[in-house]
Design a protein around this ligand. Structure first.
Ligand SMILES: NC(=O)c1ccc[n+]([C@@H]2O[C@H](COP(=O)([O-])OP(=O)(O)OC[C@H]3O[C@@H](n4cnc5c(N)ncnc54)[C@H](OP(=O)(O)O)[C@@H]3O)[C@@H](O)[C@H]2O)c1
Length: 254
């Protein structure tokens, strides 16, 4: 339980312990935010990361664990932040489930379960996190940045449920921008290829083809995404309801 309200602005980063979420969290922390690092399974990485951040600046990072496929968990997440920090200024919804959909090889029950989990994690839970933040922290909550995907507007073969669920995040972003304005700005970032899933690699031929079909001829880096998130969080005073594509020009070839 926090005895006093944090002096520094506080941002929640979902899926903030690893990969792109970790780079976003580090950059926001470096720029003066206190960070509530959410994780689901990556407890070890999350605990080490929070310790590292608190070593850099004491009392500047906390942990919150939650499986975001259960949208009611949003209440526990916001309560944990209220108890720890007494305020929440922003949410970066980065947590994501990049799952293939075996459309014709899956029974209705399993496919329906996958729909529910992906739609909850990518659409419903961030919607309720924002609603609860607006209700609980009316004097603080100012921005939300949602990590979307270029494949939210272009269907990705074998990932139909993923694409559909990420497209719901676009409408969540636009709807919340309208509903929560003028106090809260809500935007999204749609990355192109930044990091392959853990354990996957790309063969030379695919990498060459990808480079040929990307104006800037290379994959992006997590910091490209983190800098865009920082801009939307801190500097984009007159931008809301927008989806910023960060893909090196990849979608011009799709
Ligand atoms: N990587 C890319 O090239 C790329 C391209 C386009 C869009 N994006 C988007 O950019 C964001 C970051 O990408 P990424 O590749 O770094 O993401 P990622 O590794 O696929 O996922 C980020 C985190 O989401 C968390 N997560 C997964 N299932 C969850 C659940 N049920 N409940 C709560 N958290 C859950 C995981 O946390 P734990 O590890 O703690 O379980 C994971 O570390 C994502 O939103 C992604 O869709 C990425």
């Amino acid at each position: 339980m926090s005895l006093s309200v944090s002096v520094e602005p506080v941002v929640l980063i979902t899926g903030g312990a690893k990969r792109i979420g970790r780079v976003i969290s580090s950059l926001l922390h470096e720029r003066g935010f206190s960070v509530a690092i959410h994780f689901n399974h990556s407890r070890v990485e999350a605990e080490e990361f929070v310790e590292e951040l608190n070593h850099k600046r004491s009392n500047s990072a906390s942990l919150v664990q939650a499986d975001l496929t259960d949208s009611f968990i949003a209440v526990d997440v916001v309560t944990a932040i209220k108890d720890r920090w007494g305020r929440l200024d922003g949410i970066v919804h980065n947590a994501s489930m990049f799952e293939p959909t075996e459309l014709l090889d899956t029974n209705l029950e399993d496919l329906s379960g996958q729909w529910d989990r992906l739609l909850n994690c990518h659409g419903k839970t961030p919607f309720f996190l924002a609603q609860l933040a607006a209700l609980n922290f009316p004097d603080y909550f100012q921005f939300m940045v949602n990590l979307c995907d270029i494949y939210a507007t272009l269907p990705l073969c074998r990932y139909s449920t993923y694409s559909i669920s990420k497209s719901s995040l676009i409408m969540v972003t636009k709807t919340l921008a309208k509903e929560l304005g003028p106090r809260v700005r809500v935007n999204a970032v749609a990355p192109g290829l930044i990091l392959l899933p853990d354990g996957e690699s790309m063969d030379m031929q695919t990498a060459d083809l990808m480079a040929q079909r990307t104006c800037l001829s290379h994959m992006g880096e997590p910091m490209d995404i983190a800098k865009t998130v920082l801009f939307l969080a801190q500097d984009a005073n007159y931008i809301t309801g927008q989806i910023i594509t960060v893909d090196g020009g990849r979608t011009l070839f799709c």
